[in-house]
Design a protein around this ligand. Structure first.
Ligand code: NAP
Length: 275
């Protein structure tokens, strides 16, 4: 079997067309504030990509760049200012942040009404209770991609490798909400190969290139690779694509969907907060 590509670029482009139309109807430019701490080149690239996409859909981005030695207190104060600024619709703190910063404290300084990246406890709880808060952008993007290809989830066995609060954990909860039977795997999982080989739907969210071997994939499985390190995904792509029914490329799968969901949630925040 050669898998069909889950084309995140194409699906994200359609989603962004809808966002652009919604922005045009709003009569003003929604404003996304992005905060970058330190000089990690990959984070710089991600923030630049997000700002470019904002411009393409008619949104404004306000870029805040802080030094690598910023303290938690300084960062929290900047984020609180943005939370209180009536001209700002959405706030994105690019992560990971430098090690001296308490990332959770920084996330929690984001007003949940502006938490368009879905990182606060409030957003997490709303997601868990299926109360329609802002989805964590990457898991939200994964679900939107699966839905675009009408992948059945109810009753399927979904295996999520990774359990971070912004990716693996919420991805599993969103799959659960769609009636998948969910197994989480993580660094202490003893037999990852056996777990993965039982997945009808696999979500890999680790950040270790090639961790998931192609010959572990159950024939016909749907493979979503959210991992990204050294320009590679977590899954051995070629060998996995020989067995899977659908697979995301890296890049061009989950990444573009994450940005599209971020912007869709920013226009939604603009509509809800400043009608
Ligand atoms: P993270 O916080 O470092 O979490 C990594 C997870 O992988 C942890 O739960 C960890 O388990 C698990 N893990 C580590 N080694 C493992 C192993 N050998 N076997 C099984 N599980 C293992 O990372 P993250 O923020 O969730 O990001 C994960 C990946 O997704 C990264 O490559 C990141 O670049 C990528 N990402 C992509 C996007 C996108 O838009 N495409 C967005 C965000 C992140 P423990 O919990 O036990 O430590």
């Amino acid at each position: 079997m050669t898998a069909q590509i889950l084309d995140g670029r194409a699906v994200a482009a359609k989603l962004l067309d809808a966002v652009r139309a919604e922005v045009a109807g709003l009569g003003r430019k929604p404003v996304l504030a992005t905060i970058l701490v330190g000089d990690d080149p990959a984070s710089h690239t991600y923030v630049r990509m997000k700002a470019n996409r904002c411009a393409k859909v008619g949104m404004e981005s306000r870029r805040i760049e802080l030094g690598a030695d910023t303290t938690t207190g300084e960062l929290v104060a900047r984020i609180r200012d943005l939370s209180e600024d009536p001209d700002v619709d959405g706030i994105l703190l690019q992560h990971p942040v430098p090690g001296q910063i308490d990332e959770r404290a920084a996330f929690e300084a984001i007003d949940p009404a502006k938490d368009v990246d879905g990182v606060t406890r409030t957003s997490f709880a709303k997601m868990a209770f299926e109360e329609g808060g802002f989805a964590s952008a990457t898991p939200g993007g994964i679900m939107a991609l699966l839905d675009a290809y009408e992948i059945p989830l109810s009753g399927k066995h979904a295996v999520v490798v990774g359990r971070s609060p912004i990716l693996g954990k919420p991805a599993g909860m969103l799959l659960l909400a769609r009636n998948a039977t969910v197994t989480y795997c993580h660094s202490r999982t003893t037999n990852l190969a056996a777990m993965v080989s039982e997945a009808d739907v696999l979500v890999a969210a680790v950040g270790r290139p090639g961790l998931v071997r192609g010959d572990w994939i159950k024939p016909g499985a749907v493979v979503v690779d959210a991992g990204y390190a050294d320009n590679k995904g977590d899954v051995e792509y070629e060998a996995a694509a020989d067995r899977a029914s659908y697979i995301t490329p890296v890049p061009g799968g989950v990444g573009p969907m994450t940005i599209a969901v971020l912007l869709a949630q920013t226009v939604r925040a603009a509509r809800e907060n400043r009608p």
